[in-house]
Structures are given as structure tokens and as C-alpha cells.
Design a protein around this ligand. Sequence first.
Ligand code: 5RP
Length: 225
Amino acid sequence: MDLITDAKKRAAKEALKFIKDGMLVGLGSGSTASFFITYLGESKLKVKGIPTSKASEKLAKFYGIPLLDPEKVSTLDVDVDGADEVDPQKRLIKGGGGALLREKITAKMSTQMIVIVDEKKCVKKLGAFPLPVEVARFGFAATKKEIENLGFNATLRLNKKKNHPFLTDQRNFILDLKWNSPQKITPENADLFLKSIPGVIETGFFFNLATKILVGKENGKVEIL
Ligand SMILES: O=C(CO)[C@H](O)[C@H](O)COP(=O)(O)O
């Protein structure tokens, strides 16, 4: 097994220590969150979950984790999810797997958000990873133009075969944004500007949501931020 996969698994296993019987748990998406769902499924813990993607739902069902109706639940005890970038202020970029909308709603309704990452995800400054932004298909060209007018390079995400746009679980598109002049705009302002565009549904910025970051290290340890 490669060192990064090993580090992701270590962070995912560490997160189990914060889960207690009876908890309502947000189940994140992506490879690290999938390791967590697997460990949770294999454990004897009696919890109920809300999955943040169809893929996580399938995995949770495979392990027989009881699931809640996301239309009826307003608070969760804890959300456990991965991230694409984490900065020293616990700000995140998420959405590499395209599940950012459900992930953000779930993180927001949770008392705690435990983020599980390998050490390569920790950065001094957000932005090397292109920012995923979920946009409506209706008016897509106009929305893309408005985003580009703000000074971003926006690339429409394609599916694995590269023959069709990638569709989120809500059947929206994803634009991956690179910042042309990152030094001139703070992540908070970028988020505000992007969200002022009507076709923008959600951005991959996660601010003031992560309560704990578990960083799996290649040296075999897990650091808690
Ligand atoms: O935000 C996400 C999915 O939308 C994932 O949490 C993020 O992309 C990290 O994925 P991985 O654990 O596979 O590196």
C-alpha cells in the first residue's frame, strides 16, 4: 500500500475514537471518508448516518449503517469528511469528488466537523487546488462568463470518459476555478463575490466549519489540529 493511502486510513481510523453509540453522524465523501465509513461499518458502534453522496450512501448501506432522511433531520452530532486543502486557520477547499453541496449542508448542521486528511492536503495558503464551484446548468454560459469576469479561469469538469460534463448528485455542473491574482483577493471575498452570481449554487470553500483536523502522517502518526 502506498504511503498516502496509509496516511488517509490512519486519519480515518483515528476519527472513530470520537464516535459514540447513539450519535447521528454525517458521512463524508471521497476516498478518505470511504475508509471512515468502512471502519464505522466494521465497528460495533450503534449510530445513524446521513451520507453526503450517492457513493457514500451505497457504501453505508453495504455495511448496514442505518440512514436518516436528510429532509427531516436538522442537527447531527458529528460530521466526518475529507478535504482537498486545509490551511492553518482550518479553512478548507472541498469538492474534488463533486459532493460539495451536500457536504457543506451536512457540515453546517453538525455540532462538530472532523476533517480527515493526509499531510499532503495541509497548505499555508488555499488555492493550489482548483476551487470546485457547483453551478446550475440553466444559464451555464452566462454564469461561467460572470465568474471569469471576476478574474478566475473556469474549467467545466468532465466525466471520467471525458465525453460529457460531470454531473453532481443534484445533476448540476461543476466549474473548477483557478485564481488569476490570488494575492489580491481573500478566500472570504472570493466566496462572497462568487455567491452573488445567481447561477452559482455553492462553492468548495468551507469556513468556520471544521472543529478538528486529523492529519494522517507518512511517519505513522496522526496529528490533531
Ligand atoms: O470534498 C470531497 C468530495 O467532494 C472529498 O472529501 C475530497 O475531494 C477529498 O477526497 P479524498 O479523500 O479522496 O482525497
